[in-house]
Design a protein around this ligand. Structure first.
Ligand code: MG
Length: 272
């Protein structure tokens, strides 16, 4: 099931995305939403829920970030070719950092160029959405705490990342964490660990990898993170980016597509 979060007439709701349009706008295509409808969910997707049967065309609503995480835990240098392109060593163990809840934006929301940077980069990433409160998760239970997967862009002020020892500003500025377009709950861990992932800028292919190239697997990451901290329903884990990161400029349109999930598109704009 694909679960979207959206606003309609000033109300916020979750809905199950239905429909499977053929052609370039279908799943795995260019990310269009024509022909898709939302069956409004009674309640929230972090517990047992029912579909209301009340349906609205997806084109008639505004999609929001599919979750409002209390925190986004992101992993650096989890693809060897990406570490190499930035002249970095691959860390011996997962290397986690935070993106604040205020960095999260939804599909179609603008990435606002921060005033302190002249070099903002895209990083296409698979995002794991946590479904239940958990800590010290054993490897065999990881599948039970994952609600599903969505697309993420770990937008980074690369110049600030180089000069500032902690990455709170470089990777935590407002609008630096686009998520969406929805949560795909139908992928098991094996399937999620072998998906094509791409980033395009103005339609030009910039990043193309597979989630199977991760150095630390999804299980490795959840075990490692929950050794240290409790994850809450709706928290998000970003799993690292494949090679091909590069600059974004105001006016650009960046799209992250993950096979079996969908396409997350955002425009870059100047401040003010
Ligand atoms: Mg990243």
């Amino acid at each position: 099931m694909r679960i979207a979060r959206f606003s309609i007439d000033g109300n916020v709701a979750f809905g199950a995305v239905e429909g499977d349009p053929a052609g370039p706008d279908g799943p795995g295509g260019t990310g269009g939403t024509e022909g898709l409808v939302l069956d409004i969910i009674k309640g929230v997707p972090f517990a047992d829920f029912e579909l209301s049967g009340t349906k609205v065309p997806l084109d008639k609503v505004r999609l929001l970030p599919p979750v409002l995480p209390s925190k986004v835990v992101a992993i650096g240098r989890n693809y060897a070719e990406h570490a190499a392109e930035l002249d970095h060593e691959v860390p011996a163990a997962p290397w986690a950092f935070f993106k604040p809840s205020t960095s999260v934006i939804g599909p179609g929301d603008p990435i606002v160029y921060p005033s302190f940077s002249q070099e903002v980069h895209h990083e296409a990433e698979l995002a794991v959405v946590i479904g239940r409160l958990c800590r010290e998760v054993p490897r065999e239970r990881v599948k039970d705490v994952v609600l599903g997967y969505t697309c993420a862009n770990d937008v980074t002020a690369r110049d600030a990342q180089r000069t500032e020892k902690q990455w709170a500003r470089a990777k935590g500025f407002d609008s630096s964490c686009p998520l969406g377009p929805w949560i795909e709950t139908g992928l098991d861990l094996a399937a999620a660990s072998d998906l094509a992932i791409t980033a395009t800028v103005n339609g030009e292919l910039r990043q193309a990898g597979r989630t199977g190239q991760m150095i630390n697997s999804i299980e490795d990451l959840i075990v490692n993170i929950t050794e240290a901290m409790t994850l809450l329903p709706g928290d998000v884990v970003l799993t690292g980016t494949p090679a091909g990161v590069g600059p974004l400029l105001p006016g650009d349109e960046v799209a992250v597509t993950i096979e079996g999930i969908g396409t997350l598109t955002n425009k870059v704009i100047s401040r003010g």
